[in-house]
Ligand binder design. Structure first.
Ligand SMILES: [Zn+2]
Ligand SMILES: [Zn+2]
Ligand SMILES: [Zn+2]
Ligand SMILES: [Zn+2]
Length: 120
């Protein structure tokens, strides 16, 4: 029977750990105590560290998963921490602002801040 031996996907060293998220094998330098490889941990939600992030919060800039963020428009998700801290936006968004440039993302972040802070 063929011996199963895996190499670390990052450094090529013998890998004795398997990432519980992506299923690839890693050496003990490239996986953390939770069993998550460094590649996955880069992509994990910064709030719960359990799920892959689906979006980034325009207020704090952290990447967050579906569970840890609240959709305030079809295109904007704010993380739960910012949402709890700042409250629900009154009205959102000005429709003409829905575009996809990176400049727009920055502008959007500022607008979210304004909308959140202006609530009565
Ligand atoms: Zn490695
Ligand atoms: Zn992984
Ligand atoms: Zn999360
Ligand atoms: Zn946030």
């Amino acid at each position: 029977m063929k011996k199963s031996e895996f190499l670390c996907r990052i450094c090529g060293a013998p890998a004795n750990h398997k990432c519980r998220l992506c299923g690839f094998h890693f050496c003990n330098q490239h996986i953390d105590s939770r069993g998550v490889c460094i590649l996955c941990s880069e992509a994990l939600c910064r709030l719960c560290s359990r799920y892959y992030a689906v979006s980034s919060c325009p207020v704090c800039g952290r990447i967050v998963c579906d569970q840890c963020s609240i959709q305030i428009t079809p295109v904007v998700r704010v993380c739960k921490e910012c949402y709890n801290r700042l409250g629900k936006p009154r009205e959102w968004p000005p429709r003409e602002l829905i575009e996809k440039s990176s400049e727009y993302r920055l502008k959007l972040g500022r607008l979210v801040m304004e909308v959140l802070y202006q609530r009565s």
